[in-house]
Design a binder for this molecule. Structure first.
Ligand code: HEM
Length: 129
């Protein structure tokens, strides 16, 4: 399969996951019933499956893998942290303050994920030194 095509799919699903998260985060803060809509419960999971699958596809194509190359290990762990924090923010955390804080932490982890992806480094800030 074409590397550029899969990378474009990966980057598109990155944009969609962020948009969907921001939308659901806003609805959670507003206590909007739209958070319970059927598509809102299904579509993000479909998108995130494509995001993960395209990420794995890219790793295979460039012959770099989690637990072999540090930046991809960091990406995998950060992805798990993003999912856990995102679930806390939208569902599991008790009370709005904890949900709001979990959401901000999820966004910080997301920013780290993008920096790791672009720099190919588990410590992306090291390129500024
Ligand atoms: C929310 C999670 C993720 C985000 C935000 C994300 C973000 C990105 C971005 C922005 C790029 C493009 C980098 C560039 O063009 O310079 C990229 C590329 C890539 N991602 Fe992800 N990614 C995520 C999850 C994953 C996962 C789980 C894997 C694999 C285990 C993965 C593997 C890759 C690979 C191999 C590339 C290609 C790097 C290259 O161009 O050489 N990504 N990712």
């Amino acid at each position: 399969m074409d590397f550029i095509l899969v990378r474009n799919v990966h980057i598109a699903t990155v944009g969609i996951t962020l948009t969907l998260f921001l939308l659901r985060y806003a609805w959670m803060l507003q206590e909007s019933p739209r958070l319970q809509a059927r598509w809102v419960k299904i579509f993000p999971h479909v998108n995130d499956t494509v995001l993960l699958a395209s990420g794995i596809g890219l790793a295979v194509m460039i012959h770099q893998y989690p637990f072999v190359n540090a930046w991809l290990t960091a990406k995998l762990f950060a992805l798990v942290a993003y999912i856990v924090l995102g679930t806390l923010a939208l569902k599991r955390a008790r009370g709005k303050a904890q949900r709001a804080a979990s959401g901000l932490a999820a966004l910080a982890v997301f920013a780290y994920l993008v920096m790791v992806a672009v720099s190919h480094s588990a410590a992306p800030w090291s390129v500024w030194q």
